[in-house]
Design a protein around this ligand. Structure first.
Ligand code: SF4
Length: 177
């Protein structure tokens, strides 16, 4: 695992709650038990915390697929079941498989093809996981992404140099159109 990658949860944890939700969700500092009590008063209290939480959207997206019990992302169990419709919850086995796949990706020892073969998933799935993990800050930018960013910075600086070298010209919106 690259030295700079710090996971706030162990990679073998069966429920990979999104990193941002763990770090910035309001319940990180609250009495978590509150979110799993069944009395209406506690539920309302949990829901009102969710209403002020900056991570509500990400939390709900995760919880619809993964969490059957408790208040998550400003919803109760039954509200999430309604949102989920006929779609099935991610099973514990699927969660474990996902955690293992993420762990293999983080180790960065295998190619995409090898990872796909080892975990019996498609290469597309591996790319999709990598993309999500990059968004979560768990993976560095791809070399290709870094190259693209470098080229774009270079072309910006050369075009600004070119502008400096030529007399300025005001182009009206009409001329452009
Ligand atoms: S939306 Fe609610 S359950 Fe989700 S992180 Fe925020 S406070 Fe916690």
């Amino acid at each position: 695992m690259p030295a700079h990658v710090q996971l706030p949860y162990t990679t073998l944890e069966v429920t990979p709650v999104p990193v941002q939700v763990q770090l910035y969700g309001l319940c990180g500092g609250a009495e978590t038990d509150l979110f799993f009590r069944e009395d209406v008063r506690s539920q309302q209290k949990a829901l009102s915390l969710c209403a002020q939480c900056p991570m509500q959207k990400a939390c709900l997206e995760y919880a619809i697929d993964n969490e059957e019990y408790g208040v998550w992302g400003g919803t109760t169990e039954s509200q999430r079941a309604a949102l989920r419709g006929k779609a099935k919850l991610v099973t514990p086995e699927q969660r474990i498989a996902a955690a293992r796949l993420r762990e293999t990706i983080i180790k960065a020892e295998l190619t995409v093809k090898q990872i796909a073969a080892a975990h019996q998933v498609t290469e597309r799935t591996v790319y999709r996981y990598k993309e999500r993990m990059r968004e979560e800050g768990l993976l560095p930018l791809l070399a290709a992404d870094a190259l693209k960013a470098k080229r774009s910075a270079k072309s910006k600086s050369s075009s600004s140099l070119a502008r400096k070298g030529t007399p300025s010209k005001t182009v009206s919106k009409r001329e452009v159109a």
